[in-house]
Design a protein around this ligand. Structure first.
Ligand code: AP5
Ligand code: MG
Length: 220
């Protein structure tokens, strides 16, 4: 089975929802750059201070900042058996950085990595984003329309009060789609040419997508 899982897809396509489950199932780290950056912003770290302006505008944080965070994370011992990348790479420049980082590990990109592309029309995604609520403590993701918590505004798992991400307003969400098309969409061809890309129809119920994802992951 593959050891490195790279998830591609537009904002709101369900990457976080599915990768959290996959990380539990495979017992490997789930490396979600968006959450790592948001944590740094919350803690007012030097990295968070740089990243904030970019995230609030729906732009990508600078490549050297993000690549360093990812490199430090991937070189930790708990990634030795594999890891899941959710939100990195997000541009060709970042993909080249990842290639270099992997060269410093015991993994081989072509042999050990699988890129999964979430195929979905952008039109339905704005509604998903503005109705998303997340648990600040355990990270569980909900949706007021498609996947609501049992008690409104409170996490089913740990009972914390749910929050709305600052970039989940309509204006910033639209800017994120523009950034996605310009910077991230070219990665589809990059990983296809490397022969490691699989795609799944992400405009289906969460449980159906999970079944397809397991098939893709375990057939490899
Ligand atoms: P990030 O946090 O990665 O945001 P994103 O890519 O815009 O993706 P999202 O987290 O919004 O969506 P998702 O695909 O995870 O969907 P989810 O499962 O939550 O990045 C945020 C920002 O950080 C970026 O804009 C950038 O500024 C910065 N950043 C991050 N990485 C960077 C990098 N590498 N370089 C530079 N900057 C970087 O689902 C969405 C909603 O839909 C939820 O409410 C969920 O419940 C619901 N849902 C999920 N699946 C379904 C379904 N099948 N049907 C119906 N509803 C569903
Ligand atoms: Mg996410």
């Amino acid at each position: 089975m593959k050891k490195i899982f790279i998830f591609l897809g537009p904002p709101g396509s369900g990457k976080g929802t599915q990768t959290s489950r996959l990380a539990d199932k495979l017992s490997i780290p789930h490396i979600d750059t968006g959450s790592l950056l948001r944590k740094n912003i919350e803690e007012n770290t030097p990295l968070g201070i740089i990243a904030k302006g970019f995230i609030d505008k729906g732009n990508l944080a600078p490549v050297e900042v993000v690549a360093k965070v990812i490199e430090d994370r991937i070189l930790k011992p708990d990634c030795a058996n594999g890891f899941i990348l959710d939100g990195f790479p997000r541009s060709l420049e970042q993909a080249y950085e990842l290639d270099k980082i992997i060269e410093h590990t015991s993994f081989d990109l072509k042999k050990d990595a699988l890129a999964v592309y979430f195929d979905i029309d952008n039109d339905v995604l704005i509604q998903r984003l503005i109705n998303r609520r997340s648990c600040p403590k355990c990270g569980t993701i909900y949706n007021l329309l498609s996947n609501p918590p049992k008690i409104m505004d409170y996490c089913d798992i740990c009972d914390s009060k749910l929050t709305l991400r600052k970039d989940d307003n309509e204006e910033t969400a639209r800017a994120r789609f523009v950034t996605y098309e310009k910077e991230t969409a070219p990665l589809y061809d990059y990983y296809k040419q490397l022969g490691i890309l699989k795609e799944l129809d992400a405009d289906r119920p969460i449980s159906d997508i999970w079944e397809s994802l397991k098939e893709i992951v375990f057939e490899e």
